[in-house]
Design a protein around this ligand. Structure first.
Ligand code: ADQ
Length: 489
């Protein structure tokens, strides 16, 4: 039997992400309630048996006092989570500012905010300084908990400075970095005042991963054009040191969705939904309420479809479920009002006393309700203007093995590269094209639906989240071994 202080036999994996997979709510001076959130990354890593994963990140709460910090650290340790404490000012400048106001829109081709176009503006400089400071705070916590042999996997655009900070602590640390958003064309990246600093610090990692080959290619060409470094088929070379760059498309825990469909509570939900929408085809959109998701474009395309196909008006309903995010940011508030206004107008125009064509919910659904909705849907609509991958399209496919519904998918989502052969691909900016694809999807013959669904279902159930995580980490281990062999030669 294992001694309590024995070192684990499995390799330790330190997963560093801006947010921990746990939300903490303070109940008293030293008491906390913790709720695990089941996002894609969490379920990916829960399924990986080969490694012993620990999480390092911000718990999403401001804990200014030492008693609170100690008690939260203790409570989180039971969930294998290690907190990074960020104060309100840092969160404002680093998270709301540099991450969400600058990097997020830029990486999704929405450009830089007008007032930040010049590198000299105070807000840009102070936000970038806070970004670097926050990344250093993450590095300090990693350094405190690091043990020789650990693998450190840094996630996303919030932590582009982290690989450099970690290697400054310990050049032998195995460091991987993965981006969940697109990496834009080098022509876009070069508009960023801190473009070189960010690229250089990401390059300090041993392995850099993206969802698609295109994003990896954009990153390599940004390094060659902006930094003047050499791009090779393996990655980017700088003075004899290679940073490996590759595509690792994420997946979902498809079994979790498929199993959920058998549960009595999900079956009950399915029955209710079928009764509620009997005689009408169900179209579904599930998104965070973010400008990258193209929600207004989707709804306008649906309006155009109703306009041009009057016989469908009382035979189809669009359910749009949108979780509000970043609600304190003015652009997001504007988007919410815009969506409400369009939905109101269309319902006023095409609704009857007994039915409306669009049901729009501004909230999150629990997992079981979401699975039931996916299962009863005839046509799912994903119209992202840009999206790193888009897991909603995967989740829909996983829940459709009996119905074999149709997926309409934006060609600007990473998922278009994996589910493109089964989905109807659209340019979400082209409202006429999306409206036509809605008609095509609603009238598609069963054999065609079956063929398309089969293609996507096989992909979603074989390229899972677990496979994604295992492939990335084993590639990182191999990359470091190869680099060591190269230096010995
Ligand atoms: P997101 O932009 O959040 O992720 P997505 O990949 O679609 O986008 O994942 C959203 C997740 O939230 C899904 O698991 C979905 O079920 C859930 N969700 C969305 N709306 C919901 C609602 N109303 N109720 C309940 N759950 C809801 C970022 C990138 C993506 C990339 C992922 C993973 O922007 O491009 O695919 O990370 O790398």
């Amino acid at each position: 039997c294992e001694k309590p202080d024995a070192r684990p036999l499995r390799q330790r994996l330190l997963v560093v992400a801006n947010r921990l997979p746990v939300s903490a709510v303070r109940r008293g001076e030293d008491s906390w309630s913790l709720e695990m959130s089941a996002g894609g990354l969490v379920s990916a890593l829960l399924g990986v048996k080969e490694f012993e994963a620990r999480w390092i990140g911000w718990a999403g709460v401001n804990v200014p006092d030492e008693v609170g910090q100690k008690s939260l650290t203790k409570a989180l340790a039971e969930k294998r989570c290690i907190p990074v404490f960020l104060d309100e000012e840092i969160v404002h400048q680093y998270y709301n500012g540099y991450c969400n106001n600058i990097l997020w829109p830029l990486f999704h081709y929405l450009g830089l905010p007008q007032e930040d176009r010049l590198a000299t503006t105070r807000s840009f400089q102070s936000q970038f300084a806070a970004y670097k400071k926050a990344n250093q705070m993450f590095a300090d916590v990693v350094h405190q908990h690091y043990e020789e042999g650990d693998v450190v996997w840094c996630h996303d655009y919030h932590l582009m400075f982290l690989p450099k900070c970690l290697k400054e602590y310990n050049n032998n640390m195995k460091v991987g970095w993965f981006l969940h958003t697109p990496f834009p064309s080098s022509e876009i990246h070069r508009t960023l005042p801190s473009r070189s600093d960010l690229l250089r610090s990401v390059l300090a990692a041993d392995l850099v991963g993206f969802h698609t080959y295109d994003y990896a290619r954009h990153f390599v060409s940004a390094c060659t054009r902006i930094l003047g470094l050499e791009g090779t088929p393996e990655g980017v070379e700088d003075q004899g040191r290679l940073t490996r760059v590759a595509a690792f498309p994420i997946g979902i825990d498809s079994d979790r969705f498929i199993r959920a469909l058998e549960l009595p509570q999900v079956q009950d939900h399915i029955k209710e939904l079928k009764e509620r929408f009997a005689g009408r085809k169900v179209m579904l959109g599930v998104d965070r309420l973010d400008m990258i998701k193209g929600i207004p474009q989707k709804i306008l395309a649906f309006e155009k479809f109703l306009e041009e196909n009057s016989h469908w008006r009382d035979k189809v309903v669009l359910l749009q479920i949108a979780v509000p995010t970043r609600t304190d940011v003015p652009e997001y508030q504007k988007l919410t009002s815009q969506v409400h206004e369009i939905v109101g107008r269309i319902n006023g125009r095409f609704g009857t006393l007994t039915a409306v064509p669009i049901h729009h919910l501004d909230r999150s659904l629990d997992f079981h309700a979401l699975c039931a909705l996916y299962a009863v849907t005839d046509v799912a609509l994903v119209t992202s203007l840009r999206d790193g991958m888009n897991l909603v399209s995967y989740e829909f496919v996983a829940c459709q093995d009996s119905k074999k519904g149709v997926l309409i998918l934006s060609e600007f989502a990473g998922a278009a590269q994996s589910l493109g052969a089964g989905a109807i691909l659209v340019n979400p900016w082209n409202i006429t094209e999306v409206a036509d694809s809605i008609r095509q999807a609603l009238t598609m013959l069963p054999e065609e639906r079956e063929k398309r669904h089969r293609h996507n279902f096989v992909h979603v159930t074989t390229h899972t989240a677990q496979e994604w995580a295992e492939t990335f980490v084993s590639e990182l281990n191999d990359t470091v071994i190869e680099a060591q062999l190269r230096t010995r030669q």
